[in-house]
Design a protein around this ligand. Structure first.
Ligand code: SAH
Length: 356
């Protein structure tokens, strides 16, 4: 069976051409699936009986099932979704006064090993399909009902989105498509730990906002916190960032910087950061570290975070401190764990090294 949620507009047009239908059927189907939330082919009244019959025989429209739904005191909602074979991922909705942001996962687990992230501890199983990625948005919107709209999507859940390039890009095309979710390119953000070649490709094929998990302003420390830095060091990373904004004069890259007590939070660190980002149009988002069982890191105290921000601010850099949301249901950054059948055996390696 073909899951029609796996297709963006282009591949849906190809699909319809392949079965002898006109490409405009793609638009009609996108509207049924993503705007009307209809998954029963019999209700697709502008399709011929023959086409409905074909679709019923060969296709499905299947979204992930909810295993657990939780709501935090601050209104943040989290869904644990079944992804087959015992694998589960988490999706988080963060309501704010004038917007509602959905934090979407891209992989079951993560193959990277950022030392301060709990998803990393779980190891890696597989990439999510396009249907499983866009399905998170579809399920969330269904659960939120008519009154509450998802206005922003951040690819900041479990996984490294740019290591699941094709599926993530197809899902984001659907988020941007006027006949699917119609979100503006400023409201769809992909966050990466810095997979440099994929960043260049992304700039070419998909016009969304880019966030980069920087976390350190020198290679020596970044090698430890974000080990992919050994492969793609800061110089290469920042060149890819400059390339991303080169043709978009008003666009800025968001740099995420997790505040780790005594690790990367000194005044000197802030000044090196200012110098590093001097020639990249940027916004800096300081993320208070969210602890999880077994970690040795601690969050920098608030006055330290504020001092750090002041240094950046005085150097003319747009800097915000990310408000921690959904903490009481473990929905904050770096706390998403789902359930991963680890194929990479990371948890065994970590055990041997004396980790959790
Ligand atoms: N793999 C992608 C997408 C994850 S985004 C990336 O690295 O960008 C989630 C953000 O939360 C990343 O910036 C990540 O570094 C950060 N993060 C991870 N663990 C965290 C923790 N325990 N506390 C605060 N932020 C964390």
């Amino acid at each position: 069976m073909i899951n029609l949620l796996d297709f963006d507009r282009k591949s849906l047009e190809d699909f319809f051409l392949g079965i002898g239908e006109k490409p405009f059927r793609a638009t009609q189907l996108l509207k049924w699936m993503h705007q009307a939330g209809v998954d029963d082919f019999d209700r697709m009244s502008n399709f011929s009986k023959a086409l409905r019959g074909y679709l019923k025989a060969h296709c499905t429209i299947t979204v992930p099932e909810i295993v657990v739904a939780q709501q935090a005191a601050d209104g943040t909602r989290k869904w644990l979704l079944q992804m087959g074979c015992g694998n589960r991922v988490e999706t988080v909705f963060i309501p704010e006064d004038n917007r509602g942001t959905l934090c979407v996962s891209s992989q079951v687990g993560c193959s990277l090993a950022c030392s301060f992230c709990s998803t990393a501890r779980q190891g890696f199983n597989r990439n999510l399909s396009t249907a499983e990625i866009i399905g998170q948005l579809r399920v969330a919107q269904r659960e939120l009902g008519e009154q509450t709209k998802v206005t922003n999507v951040v690819m900041m859940g479990m996984g490294e989105p740019l290591l699941n390039f094709n599926n993530v890009v197809a899902a984001m095309q659907l988020m941007l498509d006027d006949f699917a979710y119609g979100l503006s390119k400023r409201r769809v953000t992909v966050s990466t730990s810095g997979i440099v070649p994929a960043m260049y490709r992304l700039t070419e094929v998909c016009d969304v906002s880019l966030a980069v998990s920087l976390h350190a302003a020198n290679d020596e420390l970044r090698d430890v916190l974000v080990p992919i830095n050994k492969k793609y060091p800061l110089r290469e990373l920042l060149a890819a960032c400059r390339d991303n904004v080169a043709d978009a004069p008003r666009r800025k890259i968001t740099f995420e910087y997790v505040m780790l007590d005594g690790v990367n939070d000194s005044g000197a660190d802030a000044r090196v950061l200012v110098r590093l980002l001097r020639d990249v149009p940027s916004k800096i988002n300081l993320i208070p570290f969210n602890p999880f069982p077994g970690t040795e890191y601690r969050c920098s105290p608030m006055p330290v975070i504020e001092r750090f921000r002041t240094v950046l601010h005085n150097a003319g850099m747009v800097t915000t401190i990310r408000r921690t949301r959904g903490e009481d249901i473990d929905a904050a950054c770096g706390q998403l764990v789902g359930k991963v059948h680890d194929k990479s055996r990371r948890h065994l390696r970590l055990q041997k090294q004396g980790g959790t």
